[in-house]
Design a protein around this ligand. Sequence first.
Ligand code: ADP
Length: 356
Amino acid sequence: MNTIIHEAQVRSQLASVRYPGFSRDIVSFGLVKEIRIEGSTVQIQMALTTADVAVPQKIKADSEAAVQAIPGVENVIVRIDIHAPAKAVTAPAATAAGIPGVKHVIAIASGKGGVGKSTVASNLAMALEQAGRSVGLCDCDLYGPSVGLMFGTSERPYADTETGQIQPIEKYGLRLMSMGFLLEDGAPAVLRGPMVTKYTQQFLRQVDWGDLDFLILDLPPGTGDIQLTIVQTVALAGAVIVTTPQEVALIDARKAVSMFQKVNVPVLGIVENMSYFQCPSDGKRYDIFGSGGGQREADRLGVRLLGQIPIDIATREAGDRGLPVTAADRGGAVAGQFEEIAKALMRGLEMEHSLV
Ligand code: ADP
């Protein structure tokens, strides 16, 4: 007697297939359009948008293997309609405007201070540059600018008095702008809310960023009015939330996710920083702040976990020395993790803006 195959079984098997590079599965991403069962033959129709031919190949192979494992299935036919990604990313908020010449503006945010947001922003910018993209990094943390320290520069930017245009500082192939470059001896800025908006606007609109693939905005920590104003006035392609794994940080990370969702900015994912400590002498891993917090939170919020960065002495030292670890130890373990995060971010961007 032939075994009857049910659509629910097929769907459940397909839900075990992950989209390459992501923790989310192809069913929840909405790739599976139709399932047809005729006797022992299962036909699956999928659709996806990508410019990377390896992605549908991998999905096809993994789906075939998963469905083939169902008792009674003899043939699996997977068809994938592939659509080319849309060229331009459109403004998510009605009032937000793009920056001429800049393809993608990405905000790096955190609910709390001190979780490593600037470290992640700097290293992610470097990793994107190392992947051959043109990248700018704008330090929007006017009260506590740290990009100057992370890149070892206190150079003053040149401002053209006639046009009012400001030249960003060039370092390690990146274009940088920070309040720290404008302050005497890095003295903290005493600014009221409207001034913060004004300076931020100036950083975004008056700096001669030139042609960029990515402009990374290192936002101030928290989810107050200042952050909201910033995210509403510039057309963001997406946001990345940095958190540490413990509950107190995750609570605030949740607020940051919700702030972006309110203004229709896609959350490209969470980066869990200071995830664990790998002892250099015995290689043993210690989950100092508990394990799995970032992944659980990402699953709960329906966003991706882009990667995990360990607590690492070299990362801290490199940051304080003015050379991000991705440049100081290119090819090293932490640099490799940032490289993976950069790749996941680019894939996420492609999917958020053009997934059918
Ligand atoms: P935030 O921007 O969230 O305030 P920072 O990026 O300035 O945080 O990081 C705060 C401090 O923690 C800095 O001294 C930085 O070098 C250190 N730090 C950040 N991430 C790591 C890490 N993964 N391992 C070790 N030190 C880190």
